[in-house]
Design a protein. Structure first.
Length: 299
């Protein structure tokens, strides 16, 4: 009986020890799994892209979202602003002998406004009043102030101005440019996937046409941007007594056209006479030779 009791006691102690070991293993295994989960969580956070983070942060920061939307709308307004081409032609009468000095003053005014001196042409006949023309390009924002300063350089004698809205043309060209650039990207991808020489040549031919259209449209867009970003001011300067550089009337233009046409006709007739003179001389010589051959010889 004592031996049986001892065996039973040893068996119970062994069972208690085995249960404790299994509990320790379970607890250690659970700790390892928790640690692995703790290590996986930062890795998942690091793997999150910036776009996802911004998307998650957007609802929590409505003010920031509104600010970004306002900024985007402002950028669109700048890109789609009205494109206006403005041109002004001003007639000024300056003092005697003041033509060159007035041109220098006008150039200084334009340069202070970050404008551009395009060119000038002057006429100084001997013993007669001088006259000239100066062309400037000024930023759109400085057009009115510069125009007022230029008018104060002499006696104001008139002005001819024009305004052209090219916004629709500018927007249409930009839309076409975006479409052609998208097509260019498609052809570039096809060129990278081409496997034969024939495919490469075919894609390159199409790509060259697309790039040619892009360059043409980009040139037109750049021209409209330049014309709408800088306005043109032309100064017609003349000293007292000089003929005003105003456009002639219809009768004067018709008379000038008729005179020019008459001159062209006279020049054409003169050219024809010069060309026909050698032919006529040669024909007369041949005629006299034939007559000489036909004369009867004396017996």
């Amino acid at each position: 009986m004592e031996r049986r009791r001892a065996v039973v006691g040893v068996a119970l102690v062994a069972m208690v020890i085995v249960a404790g070991c299994s509990a320790n293993r379970a607890s250690s295994g659970g700790g390892n799994s928790a640690g692995s989960e703790a290590q996986v969580a930062p890795a998942a956070d690091q793997a999150m892209t910036e776009q996802d983070r911004s998307a998650q942060a957007a609802p929590a920061d409505p003010a920031g979202k509104a600010g970004s939307t306002n900024t985007a709308s402002q950028v669109r307004l700048v890109d789609l602003s009205n494109r206006i081409v403005r041109t002004a032609n001003v007639d000024l009468e300056v003092g005697k002998g003041r033509l060159n000095a007035t041109v220098n003053q006008a150039t200084d005014v334009v340069r202070r406004a970050k404008g551009i001196y395009v060119g000038s042409s002057t006429s100084v006949p001997s013993g007669e009043p001088a006259s000239g023309q100066v062309t400037f390009r000024v930023p759109v924002d400085a057009f009115e102030p510069v125009l007022r300063e230029l008018k104060a350089l002499g006696a104001y004698r008139g002005e001819r101005s024009s305004t052209e809205d090219v916004t629709n043309q500018y927007v249409d060209l930009n839309a076409q440019l975006v479409a052609w650039r998208a097509q260019e990207r498609v052809y570039l991808r096809l060129l990278g996937r081409a496997r034969s020489v024939a495919d490469v040549i075919a894609v390159q031919n199409q790509l060259q046409q697309v790039q040619s259209n892009i360059e043409r449209l980009q040139g037109q867009v750049d021209h409209l941007e330049d014309q709408s970003s800088f306005s043109t001011i032309v100064l017609q300067l003349r000293e007292p007594g000089a003929a005003a550089g105003r456009p002639a009337g219809r009768l004067a233009r018709a008379w000038a056209t008729a005179v020019n046409g008459l001159g062209v006709m006279a020049a054409a007739v003169l050219v024809g006479v010069i060309w026909l003179t050698p032919v006529v001389v040669l024909a007369v010589a041949v005629l006299f030779g034939l007559r000489a051959l036909r004369r009867p010889r004396p017996a």
